[in-house]
Design a protein around this ligand. Structure first.
Ligand SMILES: Nc1ncnc2c1ncn2[C@@H]1O[C@H](COP(=O)(O)OP(=O)(O)OP(=O)(O)O)[C@@H](O)[C@H]1O
Length: 613
């Protein structure tokens, strides 16, 4: 947990002054019982009203001063803990943005959300408590013991005897509760996963009448979490009563021994009242300390979970500063960064060392994309999703990628912008290994339209400009026209300024797909990848889209991933995938004569169409 102290650095003043103000309050609080004893012994006992008034006023003044100090401390604690939480959250978020798809897969989105919210909150609370109570509570404990020792050392021995008993109780509770807290956080992750699946898939759940099943699933996860919470609660709940029992036992012993002392005249009534006051202070401080220990046990579990995220080095990264500059998160999936203002030669990497002539001549001879005996597997499964892929795609070619579900088409295209890295072989863009590119430069070359159309809150134009920040209105309109989105945008109230709400909830599937295509093509990328992104379009719109892409992007290398033969049949070249391997490469006519897998796909689609008719 100490590692996180660095996030408190900007709040040094608050972190030092806060506890100091609390200390002033604690000192004043510690003096009060002795003053009560003095008031009883010298004022009440001797009938000196003036002394009682004097002491009373002084005590009032001390209380006001203590209260003001406490308020200042609260203010500092709130400032420091909120600032700490914000900086930590921002740091984790920035770090997560650098993760590759494989890193994201490792944690899972719900767990990452929990870590950045719940776990950070837990630490934030610990920081606030640390400033407010961590010095005060032990100080009161130790101070009260010392003050009571000054009053009567023999009676104070009773208190000291109770200390090891309390220490054993604390140790037992912490060792039992810590693993349960970890389990609790894991179950919280699970419930977040179930919840996010249910909420995002609410339409599907209703369509398939699965409300009952999903309710049971959620209730089971929720009950499981409750059971763990109850187990943790039971153990933690033991702590306060056990502390009370030990301290109350000590009070009884002190009253008994104190009574005997009073009888013999070696202790005054004022002193015994002060003694009881000190024990009550110790008791309250101990309850605070036990609660602090529970809070810190939880916080240390959260700290470990956050540290795990921060310790994960992005498995795909480059050394260039441009990728990691604050405020410039890496281009998200489906996004192309503005290339308008960038000179290709001005960026880092091997390509910067190539002359313009070199590049031109390379473009003519070197494949735009080359897969050189590439194999790839997702970490989680251990199986290969792609095996020995060896293919060249030339500049300006339109390449169809077809295959059954799960045959590896999306995996193939995801390797090109380095969303994942190949485990064997290499992928080259314009003759250069993708691993030798600066990531930003690499992704600027590629416009990718993901399978799942995802838009962002803003206007239609804002969403298209995700592809090129400073695109002119004409460029936005041209991209929309190529993507066959012009007509439906024209029918919207507000046209290009029409709002898009929560990921495109107010648009149809086909409309969303066309906007994601416009977003990818607005920057005129060298390589355009459409990953089954016209699946929601009708045949006529799909055909019109392909024609306009062909007419408007003659220099762009286009990869069309689809399960429909009709989408890819006019491509210059079609790559057929089957169970992670290439089962055939060629034109439609060539494959119809020599690829069994392609023939089978074609046959199944013709028969489906016949059935449909
Ligand atoms: N993130 C992932 N983690 C683990 N396995 C994955 C992941 N994504 C895909 N796979 C697996 O890799 C294989 C290839 O999947 P891929 O998505 O590339 O297929 P596809 O041909 O694009 O399928 P579809 O046409 O249905 O989209 C499948 O067996 C799939 O289960």
């Amino acid at each position: 947990m100490l590692k996180f102290a660095v996030f408190l650095k900007p709040y040094k003043k608050e972190s030092i002054l806060g506890p100091l103000f609390k200390l002033i309050e604690a000192i004043l609080e510690l003096l009060l019982p002795t003053m009560v004893a003095l008031m009883i012994n010298h004022g009440v006992g001797k009938g000196d009203t003036h002394y009682v008034w004097q002491m009373g006023l002084l005590m009032l003044l001390m209380t006001v001063l203590g209260f003001s100090s406490s308020l200042v401390c609260q203010l500092y604690a709130a400032r420091a803990s909120q600032g700490f939480g914000t900086t930590l959250r921002n740091t984790i978020y920035k770090h997560i943005l650098s993760f590759s798809y494989a890193d994201l897969d490792k944690f899972g989105t719900p767990s990452l959300i929990n870590r950045i919210t719940n776990d950070v909150n837990q630490l934030q609370m610990a920081v606030a408590m640390l400033i407010r109570l961590v010095i005060r509570a032990p100080f009161i404990c130790i101070g009260a013991i010392m003050m009571s020792m000054i009053l009567d050392a023999r009676l104070a021995l009773v208190l000291l005897a109770a200390t090891p008993i309390l220490a054993v109780i604390l140790y037992l509770v912490i060792t039992k509760a810590s693993p349960l807290y970890r389990l609790y956080q894991k179950k919280l992750d699970h419930i977040a996963l179930v919840l996010s699946e249910n909420l995002t898939g609410v339409r599907v759940i209703r369509a398939f009448a699965k409300r009952g099943t999903e309710r049971v699933k959620f209730n089971t996860a929720s009950d499981d979490l409750t059971q763990t919470a109850i187990r943790v609660g039971r153990i933690s709940a033991l702590l306060s009563p056990a502390t009370l029992l030990v301290v109350n036992g000590a009070i009884i012993a002190i009253l008994w021994i104190g009574g005997i002392h009073i009888q013999y005249g070696s202790l005054t009534q004022g002193e015994i009242i002060a003694f009881i006051n000190y024990i009550t202070q110790i008791l309250l401080a101990l309850i605070v300390v036990t609660n602090l220990i529970i809070l810190f046990t939880k916080a240390s579990t959260s700290a470990a979970r956050i540290q795990e995220v921060l310790d994960t080095q992005a498995s795909i990264s480059d050394t260039a500063a441009s990728e990691n500059q604050p405020g410039s998160p890496p281009a998200p999936y489906g996004d192309v960064v503005d290339t308008g203002s960038m000179q290709p030669d001005s960026v880092d990497g091997i390509q910067a060392s190539l002359s313009q002539t070199d590049r031109m001549s390379r473009q003519n001879t070197v494949p735009a994309i080359a897969f050189d005996h590439v194999s790839f597997g997702y970490n989680t499964t251990g199986q290969l999703a792609l095996s020995d892929i060896d293919v060249d795609i030339y500049p300006g070619e339109t390449v169809g990628i077809i295959g059954g579900t799960g045959s590896g088409k999306s995996t193939f295209v995801n390797l090109i912008p380095r969303f994942y890295d190949a485990v064997k072989g290499s992928i080259r863009i314009d003759g250069i290994d993708v691993r030798d590119y600066n990531l930003t430069e690499l992704r600027q070359k590629i416009g990718i339209v993901p399978q799942k159309a995802l838009l962002f809150t803003g206007t239609i134009a804002d969403n298209i400009r995700w592809g090129k920040k400073h695109a002119t209105d004409e460029e936005v309109a041209r991209a929309a026209a190529i993507a066959q989105a012009e007509e439906f945008i024209g029918n919207l109230a507000g046209k290009y300024d029409a709002p898009i709400t929560r990921g495109g909830l107010n648009l149809s599937g086909g409309q969303k797909q066309r906007l994601t295509i416009a977003r990818a093509i607005v920057s005129n990328p060298e390589i355009l990848i459409l990953d089954d992104s016209s699946s929601a379009l009708d045949f006529a719109t799909d055909a019109a889209l392909r024609k306009s892409l062909r007419d408007n992007s003659t220099h762009t290398t286009v990869l069309l991933v689809s399960q429909r033969v009709s989408t890819v049949q006019h491509a210059d070249k079609i790559i057929v995938f089957d169970e992670g391997r290439i089962a055939g490469i060629g034109t439609h006519d060539q494959l119809m004569t020599r690829s069994e897998v392609y023939q089978e796909i074609n046959r199944s689609q013709i028969s489906t169409q016949e059935v449909d008719q």
